[in-house]
Write a protein that binds this ligand. Structure first.
Ligand SMILES: [Zn+2]
Length: 131
């Protein structure tokens, strides 16, 4: 009976992890594309500033804008790191007990068990795996 409850709890944990990871990764992806849009619009402003001041342009006129872009790229890098962390966590929680959380897996169509890529048959139930 304990095994049954364990598998139910694990099922819920899996769903919770998937749902909260999905929300979190959607949030991060939205934040990344927001920064990318910001960068594109700052780039445009820099271009306009260069053009408008083409007869007396100096880098000082755009150094603050360049600083903003650098800041936004740092933020994007940070968000990407958080995304990678989320994916690694998800893989660990969803049952790669071998501690090889970053290794790619192929999932059995029959029982859902994660298998090594390249394996021909499911390690758990023996079903032939997709190529
Ligand atoms: Zn299987």
């Amino acid at each position: 009976m304990a095994g049954f409850m364990d598998s139910i709890n694990k099922g819920f944990a899996t769903i919770n992890v998937k749902t909260s990871n999905l929300m979190e990764s959607t949030k991060l992806k939205t934040a990344i594309s927001g920064r990318e849009n910001d960068i594109a619009s700052i780039m445009k402003t820099i271009g306009e500033t260069v053009y408008i001041n083409r007869t007396n342009f100096s880098m000082d006129m755009v150094s603050a804008l360049i600083g903003e872009i650098e800041q936004k790229y740092r933020e994007i890098e940070d968000f990407r790191g958080q995304l990678a962390q989320l994916e690694a966590n998800e893989k660990n929680i969803l049952g790669n007990s071998g501690g090889q959380g970053t290794e790619a897996k192929i999932f059995c169509m029959q029982c859902g068990a994660p298998n090594r890529i390249g394996g021909r048959f499911c390690e758990k139930c023996g079903t032939k795996l997709a190529e």
